[in-house]
Design a protein. Structure first.
Length: 199
């Protein structure tokens, strides 16, 4: 199967999922967006790796989303205590558009620096890295911080897949993804215990 035709649908998945992770305050939408993001990562990596190796990204990502979702079910929802200002969401949308324009302007020079990457892979990888950094910079909440770290790692995986296709590296990156998810699940549980003790 020719996976090059999947690149532009994958790019649109990455943009939609990153925007949802950055704007949405509902953890259910965030977990769903993370699952969609890993589907887009799988489609992008399939352009460089064999499908049976690229599916490791999808399985590890969906397992990470499942770990975070299951640990989030019984956690006290402090996100609902925040006021959802429309101007805050508008600011985040404008920040995302600025990030997208920055990625589009710098991508050709990155592609010249790393010839093994094609331009859509550079777009997808750098956009995820930038959006993950924005997610980390705009919050102190455990779930959103973990989602930001997973987004940064996903962007790195897209770009690294073009230069390295070793099975050991795929397994190591999957282990890092699951490790971040497990640490995030622990932090969510610990934060919930603090809320219960102070109540």
């Amino acid at each position: 199967m020719n996976f090059e035709i999947l690149i532009f649908p994958a790019l649109s998945m990455l943009i939609v999922s990153s925007l949802t992770l950055f704007i949405s305050r509902d953890w259910r939408w965030n977990i769903a967006a993370l699952g969609l993001q890993y589907l887009g990562v799988f489609m992008m990596v399939s352009n460089s790796w064999p499908p049976d190796l690229a599916v490791v990204k999808l399985v590890a990502g969906w397992m990470a989303a499942s770990i975070l979702g299951v640990s989030r079910v019984n956690v006290f929802d402090t996100e609902q205590l925040e006021m959802a200002w429309p101007s805050g969401r508008l600011f985040r949308v404008m920040t995302t558009l600025l990030a997208l324009l920055t990625v589009l302007s710098f991508s050709p020079s990155i592609e010249r620096f790393a010839p093994a990457l094609n331009l859509p892979q550079v777009w997808g990888g750098t956009f995820l890295i930038v959006m993950g950094l924005l997610n980390l910079g705009f919050t102190t909440r455990p779930l959103r911080s973990v989602l930001g770290m997973l987004t940064i790692l996903s962007g790195f995986e897209i770009m690294y897949a073009a230069v390295e296709s070793a099975i050991l590296v795929a397994g190591l990156l999957a282990t890092v993804t699951l490790g971040i998810a497990m640490v995030g699940a622990y932090l969510l549980t610990a934060a919930d215990l603090e809320v219960e003790e102070t109540a």
